[in-house]
Design a binder for this molecule. Structure first.
Ligand code: TXA
Ligand code: MG
Length: 340
């Protein structure tokens, strides 16, 4: 299959380009498109045959459910049932935006989308290309991140092409994505809201509206016997080919450890990369904001692979704000964690 790559501005998109993509999705094909978080790999969410192609192209295990993307709140009522009022409070505040709600599914949602669960994950992305694409398709779009399963999520069209060229019909290239890590996933399908995946909307922002939120232990990388409410979380994710060693603790101690380990591995003839607040350079220099770290995290993983780095020494950050999402991704990608 030939993969067509069409450039389209995320600020001021050309409808004629997006119409071509919509035609593909309406006829059962796959299109990768930009969102504000990462690129998604989209298919008609209401058609099992189309959705199956997503799992095949990505090599995704069939028990890992997909998020359905909508462009209009009216579509939510078609996909979900017994929607609690808290969902609407969140929607008012955070949609369109990087927040995915897990709700009780309606009958119209094919089983393949939810991996057999009786819940469905829905979000409205904050990107004009994504919203126009969904609108022009006239159907909700199921879309996981547009990478091969287990690889870092794509934050640029080139990353999608690296992983999926020849396997999908089209990539809409809307430039780099803004946020860089995926949406926050919150489960509202049972009594206490539960954070299943930290992401673009912080838990502090959610607590302001919801009050008490429980956090699934797997968010911190803990093994758990509780029912896995989000099957996707059990898979190793986001991994570059290099081995990541995540170092947590106080900044001066982390710095010391990184320099020790770097010398040691280099003496073993290995290629070492350093992932810090100021990525790849001197950690003592200016601390980039968490937003910047998130925006470049997955891109750095891929760049280290391109440079054939063997070991990545990653500096841990705080679990506050966007940090929780960053640490969750680093933790999942890590081969080893060290506390100093
Ligand atoms: O930012 C994002 O969310 C991106 C863009 C493309 O929208 N999408 C994304 O999709 O990250 P994906 O498939 O890579 O991650 C979806 C996550 C998985 O952890 C999956 O287990 C969870 O959402 N999920 C989907 N449906 C669920 C459900 N019914 N119950 C619990 N978790 C669910
Ligand atoms: Mg993914």
């Amino acid at each position: 299959m030939q993969t067509r790559i069409l450039k389209v501005s995320s600020k001021n998109p050309s409808l004629s380009q997006i119409r071509k993509a919509a035609r593909i999705i309406k006829s059962g094909g796959l299109v990768a498109f930009p969102t504000e978080t990462v690129y998604g790999l989209g298919a008609n969410a209401l058609d099992s045959k189309s959705v199956r192609k997503i799992f095949e192209a990505k090599g995704r295990p069939s028990d890992n459910p997909l998020i359905i993307h909508i462009s209009d709140i009216a579509e939510l009522g078609i996909l979900a049932e017994n929607i609690p009022s808290t969902a609407f409070d969140l929607i008012e505040k955070f949609w369109p935006g990087p927040l995915t709600l897990v709700l009780k599914k309606s009958k119209i949602v094919p089983k393949i989308v939810t991996g057999g669960l009786d819940s469905v994950a829905v979000r409205m992305p904050k990107n004009k290309v994504a919203l126009e694409l969904i609108r022009l398709c006239g159907t909700p779009i199921a879309a996981p991140s547009a990478n091969i399963a287990g690889r870092p999520s794509p934050t640029r069209a080139e990353h999608v092409s690296e992983d999926l060229n020849g396997k999908i019909s089209m990539i809409l290239d809307g430039g780099p994505t803004k946020i860089g890590i995926e949406s926050t996933v919150i489960d509202l399908s049972s009594k206490t809201p539960m954070l299943l995946r930290p992401g673009g909307i912080t838990i502090e922002q959610l607590q302001k509206i919801l009050g008490k939120i429980s956090i699934h232990p797997i968010v911190f990388g803990k093994k758990t016997k509780t029912i896995i409410r989000s099957p996707g979380m059990k898979y190793r994710h986001y991994s570059p080919k290099a081995k990541i060693i995540l170092i947590e603790g106080s900044k001066p101690k982390i710095r010391k450890k990184i320099s020790e380990l770097s010398k040691y591995y280099k003496s073993q003839g290995l290629r070492v990369g350093i992932l810090g607040a100021n990525i790849g350079s001197d950690l003592t220099k200016s601390q980039a904001s968490q937003q910047k770290i998130a925006a470049s995290l997955f891109k750095s993983f891929r760049e280290f692979d391109a440079k054939k780095i063997d070991i990545i020494l990653a500096q841990g950050t705080s679990n506050k704000g966007l940090g929780l999402g960053i640490m969750n991704r680093l933790g999942k990608a890590a081969y080893k964690k060290i506390r100093v």
